[in-house]
Design a protein around this ligand. Structure first.
Ligand code: UD1
Length: 425
């Protein structure tokens, strides 16, 4: 028994939509509260499934957590009661692996279940582990668990093979309590990394350079409680910006931060979209019929984000001319393509590139299935632009990362309802 979205396409959307807090910032920040005893006040935390999974994991280690207000989370760390993150908690979400660095740093010993497979690629954790090893930890992988032990962690130079977001976060957290200075090179530069570093610094860490390719972490003896406001969700902002363009610009997006997705804005401007920011409100001018096709390539930040790849594909399918999407971050992130084809899009894939033949005036409603979180959101956008009734299955993916998605869309005028299905997972 599970849920699906039933969408009656064709409604005109308009109004203001507000962007919530970033899931991908909040998750590592929550994990970082394992580093020190004390009270943590976190604001702008989205209330969604992945956050609940992380809360459950923190509670497993003895942390006390409650919502003070709808988006204000209070976490009290009275000292960890264990060092092991079991499979049943880790398997729900890959980002659970982010507890490994903080526990290793605070307890000098941690044991975390391997996260397992994922629909959008193998997504191993080898870069994380290489980093811990460089800091002096001994790593043993057996029985599906990674165990890391160290008498002490010692700062050193670590060069990442690839600017992995998770590895940068995990290694940065582990280094905060190491002896001496860690220099992390080829680090990921995503805004979420900077947000985590700001939080760690508020806890007493000494980190400079986060947001650039070289991060310098001077180890400290201890960390303490802190207050922090999580940045807004740039992927959610991007999703609503696409929704607005599809509607000819009638949706105003509040709380989008251009610098966090500069490349995304540039691509849309190249297509012919005009953005005007008034205070915190983003006004969008776009005429679907006159937008130009475009070629994009997903890259680590500041490149075009892979998490906004499936959403722009909906736009590409409707704009006249041929567009392309080259996916370089994940090896298997075109699982939404067959679903889009079922809705009437013309796309073919060669290797890591999708060729999208545009010009669809209206998608043709049908039953489709979300394959991951962002793909799910793009199917909803297509459903809104379809003629007839679309059923989007497996929306547990969407629930993982979009706070009040149907509520926000309904407020804008979409006809979208959550339905319970006997045969849904
Ligand atoms: C994070 C985001 C996710 C986003 C992704 C890329 C969170 C919670 N999730 O995921 O939404 O799509 O960044 O922007 O912030 N890799 C390895 N070995 C490793 C680590 C990664 O080979 O040890 C590979 C992965 O398989 C993938 C690539 O590196 O192909 C990028 O992964 P990474 O940047 O680590 O993404 P996540 O942190 O998992």
């Amino acid at each position: 028994m599970g849920y699906a979205y039933k969408i009656e396409g064709g409604s005109k959307l308009s109004g203001i939509v507000e962007v919530g807090g970033a899931k991908n910032s909040a998750l590592p920040i929550l994990a970082a509260t394992l580093l020190a005893k004390g009270r943590f006040d976190l604001e702008n935390v989205p209330n969604l499934k992945d956050i609940h999974s992380m809360i459950e994991l923190l509670a497993h280690f003895g942390l006390e957590i409650h919502w003070e207000n709808p988006n204000h989370l209070v976490i009290i760390n009275p000292g960890l009661t264990g060092i092991e993150a079991p499979y049943n908690l880790v398997k729900k979400m890959r980002a659970s692996f982010l507890v490994m660095g903080p526990i290793l740093a605070s307890e000098r010993h941690s044991r975390v279940s391997l996260p397992g497979g994922c629909a959008i690629g193998a997504r191993p954790v080898d870069y994380h582990l290489k980093g811990f090893e460089k800091l002096g930890a001994k790593i043993v992988i057996e029985h599906g668990y990674v165990e890391a032990k160290a008498d002490k962690l010692v700062g050193t130079k670590i060069i990442l093979d690839f600017p992995s977001v998770g590895a940068t976060e995990n290694i940065m957290m582990a280094s905060t309590l190491a002896e001496g200075t860690t220099i992390l090179e080829n680090a990921a530069r995503e805004p979420e990394i900077e947000d985590l570093a700001n939080f760690l610094n508020a806890m007493g860490a000494k980190i400079i350079g986060a947001g650039s390719s070289t991060i310098v972490i001077e180890g400290v003896d201890h960390l303490h409680g802190a207050k922090h406001r999580v940045i807004n969700d740039r992927i959610q902002a991007g999703t609503f910006i696409i929704a607005s363009i599809l509607q000819g610009g009638s949706i105003i997006v509040k709380g989008a931060v251009r610098e966090h997705i500069e490349k995304f804005y540039e691509v849309l401007e190249k297509m012919g979209v005009v953005f005007t920011e008034i205070d915190e409100e983003l006004h969008i001018e776009a005429d679907l019929k006159n937008l130009k096709p475009v070629n994009i390539k997903t890259m680590p930040h500041p490149g075009y984000p892979t998490d906004l790849q499936s959403q722009i594909m909906i736009l590409m399918a409707m704009v006249n001319g041929e567009s392309t999407v080259a996916e370089t971050v994940f090896e298997n992130r075109f699982m939404h393509v067959p679903e889009l084809e079922r809705l009437g899009a013309h796309i073919h894939i060669e290797g890591h590139t999708a060729f999208i033949k545009g010009g669809v005036e209206k998608f043709s409603a049908t039953e489709v299935m979300a394959s991951d979180l962002r793909a799910g959101a793009s199917l909803v956008l297509a459903g809104i632009m379809a003629e007839g009734e679309t059923l989007v299955r497996r929306i547990y993916h969407i629930d993982r990362g979009y706070d009040k998605f149907e509520e926000k869309l309904t407020k804008l005028g979409a006809k979208i309802t959550r339905v319970r299905l006997e045969d849904e997972v």
